[in-house]
Design a protein around this ligand. Sequence first.
Ligand code: NG6
Ligand code: CA
Length: 498
Amino acid sequence: MKTSFFIATLLICCLNSCKNSIQQPQPNFIIIYADDLGYGDVSSYEMGKLQTPNIDKIANNGSRFTNGYSSSATCSPSRYALLTGTYPWRNKRAKILTGANLIIDPLEMTLPKMFKGEGYKTGVVGKWHLGLGDSPIDYNQKISPGPYEVGFDYSFIIPDTQDRVPTVYIENGNVLNLNPMDPIQVSFEKNFEAQPSGKNNPELISMKWHHGHNGSIVNGIPRIGFMKGGEKAKWIDIDMADEFLNQAKNYIDSVKEKPFFLFYTLQQPHVPRTPHPRFEGLSGMGPRGDAIIEADWCIGELYSHLEKNDLLKNTVIIISSDNGPVLNDGYYDDAVEKLGDHTPAGNLRGGKYSLFDAGTRVPLITFWKGKIKAQVSDELVSQIDFLNSIASLIGSKVRSKDGEDLSNVFFNNSGSGRNDLVLEAMTRTAFRSQNWALIPPYSGPYRYPNTDIESGIAEEPQLYNLDDDSSQQNNLALSNPKKLNELILRYNHIVKLK
Ligand code: NG6
Ligand code: CA
């Protein structure tokens, strides 16, 4: 009797697990990660004047989060947090990187490693900016550690940013199209002999620099840092979006039989803004607006590619941005002059680099055809939660240090978001708790002079109630000391946790 009961139970279990694996193959994941795209830059957020129909189509058929945050107001720390689920301010090296070594310990658990543990193929196409190698980088050899050691089977990347040298693509650790007879040399200290620079050769420049960005000139654009050699390997800026899109499609084609994770990290609308000429003038807002329209087009193309390959219903698409918007980030490119009445930060205060909300509150959208119902969610969520939430959804036991399991919120139209979230901007931290925002006192500039962005820095503590003051105009620190102390206690507790 006992034995037959045991066999029957076993059979039912087997049948159930077969049924599950037939009915619910593991979904693919694509995280589309824009660079410096603001809360108001996406038209479905109904805050600005730019039109992004392709992102809107995804946003309006998925969950569009109004309280979605990157971890930081700059790039490398946000990427670090997204991939590791660890607050970047716990890692001293997670700052804006320039020619730096890899800041993720190859032993550390990451989002792609978690995927690999569940049998996924993993790839990254686009901007990397998490550092490469563990000693001075030699671009003429296979470069490691890098994306592979972080968990990506396949990588097609630009090493740092579009405005930093070396201006080359790196595929699986090797510089693409490198001629060994013309090796690459890179320096962020001084120029190589007899090499032109933005500073000394204005006659060779087609995009004028405003601050920084006066090093080597590539395609008429002066960059951060100096490089020599690698002529055949240099990218063509106006083709970058097409290049990344094609690589992303090729990658999908090569892995579509397996579950896969693609981290598609767009370079737009970071400087230098170089939309392909076919997008020129479309926004009426100059290259920044045109670059966003180009990015939106790329997202539409990727979506169609999934549709054509019948992958849409089993692919979760997440769209977000690494930090908030900036207009003048180092070049004269009409971003300020042609802005018109567009509001890249929506109604939020600050921008990229800022402790105010526009630094980190970004578009955040999750889409899963037939699974996620169309909704606008006001739940508090962060990219730092992707690792735990996706792990939970696909049945992995992996959990990160600072992430939360918000799988229901992200993928199931249910559940509650975070209570608390620490935000980082230029190595300082701020705090969000429910609908309250705390910025501890700091000394430093009130406004960053070159970018003209309010830093959020003040000698006095700042407390805002975002419920009725999402633009952070009324500092309630003096009038509501009880709330202020409550938030300081919570914030200190989290920041001091090892
Ligand atoms: C800054 C650059 C800025 C941008 C930023 C990184 C100067 C003066 N400014 O140092 O142009 O490249 O780094 O942006 O060089 S991020 O989005 O990748 O964090
Ligand atoms: Ca960025």
